[in-house]
Ligand binder design. Sequence first.
Ligand code: FPP
Ligand code: MG
Length: 289
Amino acid sequence: MEIQEILQSYEKDLKKVEAILDENKRSYVDLIPDISSYIIQSGGKRLRPLLVMIASDLCGYGGERRYSVAAAIEFIHTASLLHDDVIDHADTRRGKRSANRVWGNSASVLVGDYLYSKSFKMIIDDGDPRIQELLSTATVLMVEGETAQLISSGDIAISEDTYLSIIEKKTAILISAACAAGAVLADLPENRSTSLGTFGLCLGKAFQVTDDILDYMAEEKDFGKAMGMDLKEGKITLPLIRALAVCGGEERNRVGKLVRAKELAEAEIREVTSLIGKYGGIEYALEKA
Ligand code: FPP
Ligand code: MG
């Protein structure tokens, strides 16, 4: 089954989630709905809301609560992207200028804060302590993951385990929470939500590894951002971690120098890409995903 078919079969449900997102991004301060709409309607896949729907169906829950829980999770995700683009000094997201480039860092941080706070109001209003526990734990871990990544920035000695731990926290944990929420909404015992959470964690890690592979492969017109952005941001991801583990000392030193450079030319990015190619970094990461 193709993802498009799945999306089609959940079209009505996702429209309900969309309506809740719309309603909750309202504010008398125009900048809040302006920036929120800009990023929310920029072509996101709604992967997390979709997973809440699929997981809750799997567990036998089709009630209304799943829409507000899915919307709250999408708000957490959106807030994290607004903040992430400030942290990464990003210029583009999903093929458009990133919000920080259009409105500046302060506005992006504040609207991220608004959506993040709003998501917690929605979860409190939902009233289920198990959902509150799930999502508050997830956001704590997301911030830890993003901070761990910041500290490892430019570190060519980063291990595969450290990388996996970072992506588990910054990306996979929220996808995991979306899956686990399905079982919680259906009021199933804890072992069921834990199992779905474990599935989501694996899916989320595969998702981030793939995103990191695409960073070295995809053209901007297809992927919405330029090639080699992770390297420019000092992020050493799995394809390069693999190449660094097997390449020679001189090649390693050269990568270290490039990673520490303030600016990277296209030719230098290509140099790293071909090193990754030489040592099968893409194939290795794909296999891992
Ligand atoms: C994108 O990663 C960013 C994330 C997966 C998570 C960002 C998390 C935070 C900023 C902390 C949590 C914040 C809140 C408000 C809960 P990436 O930079 O590798 O991918 P990209 O290419 O999409 O930017
Ligand atoms: Mg980023």
